[in-house]
Design a protein around this ligand. Structure first.
Ligand code: UD1
Ligand code: MG
Length: 403
């Protein structure tokens, strides 16, 4: 027992070192990013100054270095005493998890540099998760799910999903990476949401350490603790007023890291519970992502030059230019109060303006024009509240559906 405590302590110690390194490295590398043209305009400010983008590559590389240095630690007792044999499967899972995360950092950085198309962005995480799925197949290969109590009379107690389970895990990687990337556009939100999700997962893993599947949760902690520390360090620079943007590199890296521990730790459903705001934003965004409704390049809030506050951003359209589904979706969203539709001032009579279908705009519709700092805090408080809700669903309520 004390060996495990020592291993976790070492993991925390390495994470603290990584945290300090990031705090020192990012200010030094800022000019290098600017010289390389890796910059983005801070769209929610009067000056719209260019600031370094894709600095998530620094935090993700420090994360990977921590994880590489840490590799021998969990296996130390097997390395010292050869008689105990070596846990090859566990080792393979650890190394493949790092391979998938590494691939995603590379692909995310490629996206920041090359501005890839949306269909490519959707495909990348699926490809990066393939090594992981292969190892899952070779080592665990359980594709059976437990059916919730109310459905057992129809479906039985469990159901083997077979290949569909692998499709689900591939889609999980696609979802986690892209859901974080599209819930963005306010200083501190990309890194902030990752910090809240990581902290929630760590709490969940710690609670589950006393359960039967403690080794899977310990495995998750090895990844989540350094991920939390490195993300908090990055957040220091990304919080309002941001002096760096984290870039798609960070969004993909964080989504993949969470997906990897959820898949290998066998708690993907619980992990998804910590993505409630991202799921809501993703579903709400679908009509724009699939171009049923017009989708501008940026859907982040609109900066009001006069007041310095953020207002919901929008898109212009003519009702006759939308197909039946588009009109229906708009009507439903409007009735639910999720979007606001107005006549386009002074222009064509038929031209209408709707707020973009994002959770950020929805919150702005609710609270009115807000300062960027306050909006980021509201959204992160919402994320924390949803994590609380997730724990409520996972523990007291889950007993209603499962034994
Ligand atoms: C996703 C969103 C897009 C949103 C963008 C903002 C979808 C389909 N895509 O696109 O609507 O506008 O993220 O991150 O929902 N920026 C800021 N302040 C911030 C964060 C970003 O001004 O706090 C701007 C900067 O100009 C930065 C750019 O957004 O350069 C980053 O955009 P990028 O990550 O390339 O956008 P996508 O991920 O493609
Ligand atoms: Mg992005």
């Amino acid at each position: 027992m004390w060996i495990l405590a020592l291993i976790v302590m070492l993991n925390i110690l390495l994470s603290i070192v990584g945290f300090c390194v990031i705090l020192n490295v990012i200010p030094r590398f800022r000019d290098m990013f600017a010289k390389a043209g890796l910059v983005g305009r801070n769209l929610n400010t009067v000056e719209q100054l260019e600031i370094p983008e894709a600095t998530g590559v620094i935090s993700s590389c420090i994360f990977l270095i921590i994880m590489f240095i840490f590799i021998p630690v969990p296996f130390s007792k097997h390395l010292i005493n050869r008689e105990w044999g070596f846990p090859h499967e566990e080792f393979l899972q650890y190394v493949t998890a790092l391979l998938s995360i590494c691939c995603m950092v590379l692909l995310g950085f490629a996206d920041d540099v090359l501005n890839l198309k949306w269909r490519v962005k959707l495909l990348l995480p699926m490809i990066a998760s393939l090594p992981l799925l292969m190892v899952y197949f070779a080592s665990y290969n359980s594709t059976t799910i437990i059916i919730p109590k109310p459905l057992r009379s129809i479906l039985g107690t469990d159901l083997d999903l077979g290949i569909l389970y692998y499709v689900y895990m591939g889609m999980l990687a696609v979802f986690c990476t892209n859901a974080i990337n599209i819930y963005a556009g306010v200083n501190g939100l990309e890194a902030g949401q990752a910090v809240v999700i990581a902290a929630s997962l760590i709490l969940f893993n710690v609670i589950e350490l006393s359960g039967d599947c403690w080794s899977s949760h310990l495995f998750s902690l090895y990844f989540m603790i350094p991920f939390l520390f490195t993300s908090v360090a990055l957040l220091q620079f990304n919080m309002y007023p941001a002096c760096v943007f984290v870039g798609d590199t960070f969004c993909y890296f964080s989504g993949m890291t969470i997906a990897v521990v959820a898949i290998l730790g066998h708690f993907s459903k619980t992990a998804l519970l910590f993505f409630i705001p991202q799921i809501a934003n993703f579903i709400f965004s679908l009509p724009q992502l699939f171009h049923i409704l017009p989708c501008p390049r940026h859907r982040l809030p609109r900066f009001d030059q006069e007041t310095g506050l953020l207002k919901p951003s929008g898109f212009s359209f003519k009702t006759e230019s939308l197909n039946f589904i588009g009109r229906l979706v708009l009507k439903v969203f409007q009735t639910l109060g999720l979007i606001r539709i107005e006549h386009h001032a002074k222009e064509d009579e038929n031209m209408l303006q709707s707020t973009n279908c994002t959770l950020i705009n929805c919150v702005l519709n609710l609270v009115g024009p807000t300062h960027e700092r306050a909006l980021a805090i509201y959204l992160l408080v919402l994320q924390v509240f949803c994590s609380g809700l997730a724990f409520l669903i996972r523990y007291p309520l889950a007993s209603l559906f499962y034994d």
